[in-house]
Design a protein. Structure first.
Length: 324
């Protein structure tokens, strides 16, 4: 008896024995998809979700997986089995870096709500259940923006395009960065005031149809348009020029220009019976002309210029005559 007990203890201590009931085999059921999204883009539904890496038991999924991927109108009130019985089987989505995506033609559901769902099936042919369901109201195909143009203007880059609709989305990229939304105008016209001169930009535009419950449908993206804006636009023309004569000078003053790239002002003077010529430059909206002669009448006009040398038109003329 003592011998048998010793042998049993030795087996346990050495790891060669086992005490207790055997563990059941792992089910290897891929976890349910919880982040499925679907949106209408043009005449298609764009569906995306993340491929589960773990099973329902928190273990890594072993072997390959397949998909039970479906879309279709559902019964009211909604139930999974009723929807699955009539939903259309869809081709398997494409998977890249654990992200699955599919483009599904949606014309047959125009005017209806279509429900999209997926089950991820493990190598053993079993699935944990349906994903979250995405409900998409399918509308007539939103019009794709066309004839997109971009031009440099004084305030930045102005974009125009042709498309019917009351809501649009403008995407921009620069310097190799991905496209990102820069504006959501309500008309086919937008001026991008956040650009930098001499820096290249690319733009694409999309029509957006607003639906109930904060949902929306999108058009296909427009053709891409690129531009490198260059500042060829002068500051505003100085306004409110006034001249006051003293015995030894003519004092000029005008309203300051508000342009961000303003560098200064140019003052022009015409002596009696002479044409205008540049008299001086000033960084402030005033100037004292002390090179005058008493008894003569002088005419003055002022322009503004920016840091690149772009000069505005000249202001309205004024005149003054130092007293004798």
């Amino acid at each position: 008896m003592h011998s048998a007990l010793a042998v049993g203890a030795a087996l346990v201590l050495s790891g060669c024995g086992y005490v207790g009931e055997p563990l059941p085999p792992l089910a290897n059921l891929p976890a349910r998809v919880a982040d499925l999204t679907a949106v209408q883009r043009g005449s298609n539904l764009i569906v995306q979700f993340t491929l589960p890496k773990l099973t329902t038991e928190g273990m890594a999924v072993r072997g390959g997986v397949t998909f039970d991927f479906r879309a279709g109108p559902g019964p009211a009130p909604f139930n999974e089995s009723g929807w699955a019985a009539v939903a259309k089987q869809l081709p398997e989505p494409l998977v890249e870096n654990s992200r699955a995506a599919a483009s599904v033609p949606a014309a047959e559901w125009t005017g209806k709500e279509v429900i999209v769902g997926v089950r991820v099936i493990g190598a053993n042919g079993k699935a944990a259940g349906w994903s979250n369901f995405a409900i998409v109201p399918v509308v007539p195909t939103p019009e794709q923006p066309r004839d997109v143009t971009a031009e440099a203007v004084a305030g930045g880059v102005r974009l125009t395009w042709r498309a019917s609709g009351s809501s649009f989305r403008v995407y921009r990229r620069s310097g190799g960065t991905p496209f990102a939304v820069v504006a959501t105008p309500d008309r086919p016209d937008f001026t991008d005031t956040s650009v930098e001169n001499a820096k290249p930009y690319d733009y694409i535009v999309q029509t957006v149809v607003k639906l109930s419950e904060n949902r929306e449908a999108e058009s296909e993206l427009s053709a891409q348009v690129g531009i490198t804006p260059v500042d060829r636009f002068p500051p505003a023309v100085p306004a409110g020029l006034q001249a006051a004569a003293t015995p030894v000078s003519v004092e000029l003053a005008w309203e300051p220009a508000g342009d961000a790239d303003l560098a200064g002002y140019r003052i022009y003077r015409a002596a009696p019976d002479a044409e205008f010529s540049r008299l001086a430059e000033s960084t402030v909206p005033s100037y004292s002309d002390r090179s005058v002669e008493r008894g003569k009448t002088y005419r003055y006009t002022v322009s503004s210029f920016d840091k690149l040398g772009n000069e505005s038109a000249r202001s309205a003329e004024v005149e003054a005559a130092p007293a004798q």
